[in-house]
Ligand binder design. Structure first.
Ligand SMILES: Nc1ncnc2c1ncn2[C@@H]1O[C@H](COP(=O)(O)OP(=O)(O)OP(=O)(O)O)[C@@H](O)[C@H]1O
Length: 273
């Protein structure tokens, strides 16, 4: 297993089980008409860890991320967040509660600058009323200055100062992905969901993205759940990995445990069950 050999120089203590459970997925099943996208899947995400969700195409990974961020409500099972069972969810409510995500295909405002795109991530944090925001006066002006300062810090952190005024549609794909990460970070999430953060990147861009993901996790203590097809990267980045196949969980454990699991090896080699 391993397509790039992962991120050089980055080694995680693979057996660390960090913190308490932040989010629990309990016996979740999700169907689209007759299609079973997820069947009776349970796993948890612990505070401070990097948790990968992997599996062959169509295994149910993106569906699972969509359940976690409230885009889909499963027909069966439940999600707990910070120890409480969650009611039916909407993505905006999940985001307000501290769950931010990026998408498989970059979802930015292409005509807007890097800075303005990242600013949109602050919307949920803005408190002053629509009237003041319209006037850009009084409390709204003070608030905007504070949010801009925060966004500038993210821009420094992600090393994208040079493109802060550039419309994102003009940026190469790797940088657009970085801006999208910036927008998610602007929400100050407790749980950050990344859907294929390295997809379509060259080796150098992947190494940069690996470094930023680790830095976000280490410096801000942000818990991260990610879907990624590059197994080398997954093995290097993750504390724990859950493996899905045909909507079912087939393995869950440290990178070493998962790597040596026969069901996982078979799933990736396409062995029929
Ligand atoms: N909105 C939808 N309507 C109908 N079927 C869907 C929908 N979303 C996903 N599916 C189906 O559910 C199953 C799981 O899809 P999902 O996209 O979650 O898999 P995945 O593991 O993320 O795949 P990939 O690695 O290719 O992105 C697939 O059979 C897919 O066709």
């Amino acid at each position: 297993m391993g397509s790039t050999g992962g991120a050089p120089g980055i080694a995680r203590g693979s057996n660390q089980h960090k913190g308490d459970v932040l989010l629990g997925v309990e016996n979740v099943s999700l169907r689209f008409g007759g299609v079973k996208a997820i069947t009776d899947v349970s796993f948890d995400i612990r505070k401070g860890e990097i948790r990968a969700i992997i599996g062959p195409n169509g295994a149910g990974k993106t569906s699972m991320l969509n359940v976690i961020n409230g885009f889909y409500n499963p027909q069966e099972g439940r999600i707990t967040f910070r120890g409480k069972t969650r009611a039916r969810m909407r993505p905006s409510v999940a985001a307000a509660q501290g769950i931010a995500r990026t998408f498989q295909n970059v979802a930015l405002f292409k005509g807007m600058s890097t800075l303005d795109n990242i600013m949109t991530g602050r919307t949920l944090k803005m408190h002053s009323g629509f009237f003041w925001q319209l006037l850009r006066h009084g409390p709204a002006l003070r608030e905007e200055i504070e949010h801009r300062r925060f966004v500038e810090e993210i821009i420094d952190f992600l090393e994208i100062e040079a493109i802060r005024k550039t419309p994102v549609g003009r940026l190469p794909y790797g940088l657009q992905k970085r801006v999208e990460l910036g927008r998610a970070l602007a929400m100050e999430p407790e749980l950050l969901l990344l859907d294929e953060p390295m997809a379509g990147m060259n080796l150098e861009e992947k190494e940069d993205m690996c470094r930023f993901i680790l830095d976000v996790n280490n410096q801000f203590g942000t818990t991260i759940a990610l879907i990624e097809h590059d197994i080398g990267v997954v093995m290097d980045l993750s504390d724990r990995i859950v493996v899905l196949e045909y909507g079912r969980k087939i393995a869950d454990g440290s990178p070493d445990e998962v790597k040596n699991n026969q069901k996982v090896i078979d799933a990736y080699l396409g062995v029929a069950h």
